[in-house]
Design a protein around this ligand. Structure first.
Ligand code: UD1
Length: 436
């Protein structure tokens, strides 16, 4: 079975380049089919979630060209009416963006219910509320299909009951070609909401206020082709920053927007790391043992839930006791059992983890329970003494491009292996201190 084998203990050092943001790319590729002209999207990360979404677009007749690893040219002119459903679509959360884009463009969408990581109940009531406010009827048809339809869509004033990235993006897409004006209050402010709005505006949409909690949209008749480059992935960047800190390394993260990383860099500074920012890079130096701190996940610009497992791994090695509160998802501490196998002292009570820092982790055989926790457990293995094997790495591959390769370029001993023989060879290379 495919897994990673890791020999821990090497401080990471060097430079690593960050890919385009997966979550922005999922929204933008779904929105790209709203034009009947070619739309070129660059800086798309090469990860399995993206391949699944593009596969769904191809399945409904969308034109898909893939001229290089990080560029797609999509054309919505050839889309045919029909359900969006296949095994890959049901696995990824981002497929729900096709509800907003197809409803917005064709006034009809039939899409399999979202999957994604198992981090708790993930309702879509706010998405549905928004579609209904615009005049659509929405029903849940079996087996697991969302069907949204409208004679016409009319602008509306929508108050979101919870701050939801997915619902904000979906409602924006459904509203850009509705008749009249739409106002979304209590909107999500995440960088990828802004990126989606900038992208749609480059196609002729009229969206203002993205990045604040009130988004205003004037409906337009049609959208046209464009060329657009996706923003860097703040969570991938944060993961490497925290891996650098966990291994007491010295790493420069390039191709980032430092502003998007502020909530994560602030915590690293509190813990005792040195951070140097330039226009598009951030350097992290962790010269000594980290200090404890407390953290609560919140919507942007608060600390992201997608970095909660990574910071818990760090705090597990920090001096003193830390408290981590998860306020976005109710079931996001499943990885703590795996981390405990490596020697972490973590107690979970409801949505809070109480972490007593230990001096060291030790290598163990562990499984990735979901995408971000999987990446976090790899960073724990990199910091640990001895060997680890990490299974269920398909979760990690959903969102991290070239994860083992990039870590190796920073001096980590990590290899993806598929047999005992491959594992033996990798371990030999590690022991000879040949990286790769
Ligand atoms: C997106 C990201 C995910 C990230 C999350 C929070 C994608 C594909 N995924 O997920 O990586 O962890 O934002 O930053 O971009 N909620 C409702 N009703 C709804 C929708 C959401 O109650 O209709 C709740 C959720 O249960 C959760 C909270 O709102 O408690 C935030 O969820 P949301 O921002 O919607 O997350 P996703 O868009 O699913």
């Amino acid at each position: 079975m495919e897994h990673y084998v890791v020999k821990g203990g090497n401080p990471l050092s060097g430079e690593v380049e960050i890919a385009g943001a997966k979550n922005a790319a999922l929204a933008i590729l779904a929105a790209a089919i709203m034009a009947n002209e070619p739309v070129t999207v660059e800086n798309v990360p090469d990860v399995s979630d993206i391949r699944a979404l593009v596969g769904a677009i191809e399945q409904i007749g969308g034109g898909v060209e893939h001229p290089d690893r990080h560029t797609y040219i999509l054309n919505g002119a050839t889309i045919v009416d029909g359900p969006v459903d296949n095994e890959a679509v049901r696995r990824i959360r981002g497929s729900y963006y096709l509800i907003g884009s197809l409803l917005g463009k064709y006034r009809k969408a039939e899409v399999a219910l979202p999957g994604g990581c198992n981090i708790g109940l993930r309702p879509i009531d706010q998405h549905i509320k928004g579609f209904r406010a615009l005049g659509a009827s929405v029903s849940l048809a079996s087996p697991g299909m969302v069907v949204a339809k409208a004679q016409e869509l009319n602008g509306s004033h929508i108050y979101m009951d919870v701050v939801s990235v997915g619902a904000t993006i979906n409602i924006v897409m459904a509203a850009v070609m509705a008749r009249g004006n739409t106002i979304i209050e209590n909107a999500a402010k995440e960088p990828h909401v802004v990126d989606l709005a900038n992208f749609l505006n480059s196609m002729g949409a009229r969206i203002r206020g993205a990045g604040t909690d009130v988004i205003r949209i004037k409906g337009v008749e049609r959208l046209h082709g464009t060329e657009y480059s996706i923003i860097p992935d703040q969570i991938e960047a944060g993961t490497y920053m925290y891996a650098a800190a966990a291994t007491r390394g010295d790493v420069t993260i390039t191709n980032v927007i430092p502003k998007h990383l502020e909530c994560m860099t602030a915590k690293l500074i509190e813990m005792g790391c040195e951070i140097t920012e330039s226009d598009d890079s951030v350097r992290i130096v962790a010269a000594r043992r980290l200090e404890h701190t407390n953290v609560k996940t919140l919507p942007y610009p608060g600390f992201p839930t997608d970095m909660q497992p990574q910071i818990s791994v760090l705090l597990g090695l920090a001096r003193g006791t830390s408290i981590v509160t998860e306020s976005i998802f109710e079931n996001r501490f499943k990885y703590t059992d795996e981390l405990a196998k490596m020697g972490a002292a973590i107690r979970v009570e409801g949505n809070t983890a109480i972490i007593d820092g230990v001096e060291n982790y030790t290598g163990a055989n562990i499984s990735a329970p979901d995408l971000r926790a999987g990446a976090a457990l790899v960073t724990a293995a990199l910091a640990a003494s001895g060997y680890s094997e990490i299974y269920d790495i398909h979760f990690i591959e959903r969102g991290y491009e070239d994860f083992p390769e990039k870590l190796r370029s920073l001096g980590a001993c990590i290899a993806k292996v598929d047999s005992a023989e491959e594992e033996r060879k990798a371990v030999n290379r590690f022991n000879l201190r040949v990286v790769g």
